[in-house]
Design a protein around this ligand. Structure first.
Ligand code: SF4
Length: 76
């Protein structure tokens, strides 16, 4: 689970493992944030607090995931 501040609000970035198919589009959008386990073929977000400059790339990853498996949820 990664966190990022977007427009002054904190968000949690996660992957729904019931939907992920391991296509790795997320890694192309956000290298270093997502990793795909070679055995399970499931993507996970890092445990990092992401730099706010990555906000556009985060939105692209959410929009471009072919399985709609990436969740960006407001915290608090
Ligand atoms: S782009 Fe979506 S389906 Fe593909 S590995 Fe990433 S989270 Fe999974």
């Amino acid at each position: 689970m990664a966190e990022i501040e977007i427009d002054g609000e904190r968000y949690r970035l996660t992957v729904d493992h019931d939907l992920c198919m391991g296509t790795r589009v997320c890694i192309a959008r956000l290298p270093g944030v997502f990793t795909v386990d070679d055995e399970t073929n499931l993507s996970s977000a890092s445990d990092d607090v992401l730099d706010p400059s990555l906000a556009d790339a985060v939105r692209e990853a959410v929009d471009d995931c072919p399985q709609e498996a990436i969740r960006l949820e407001k915290l608090g």
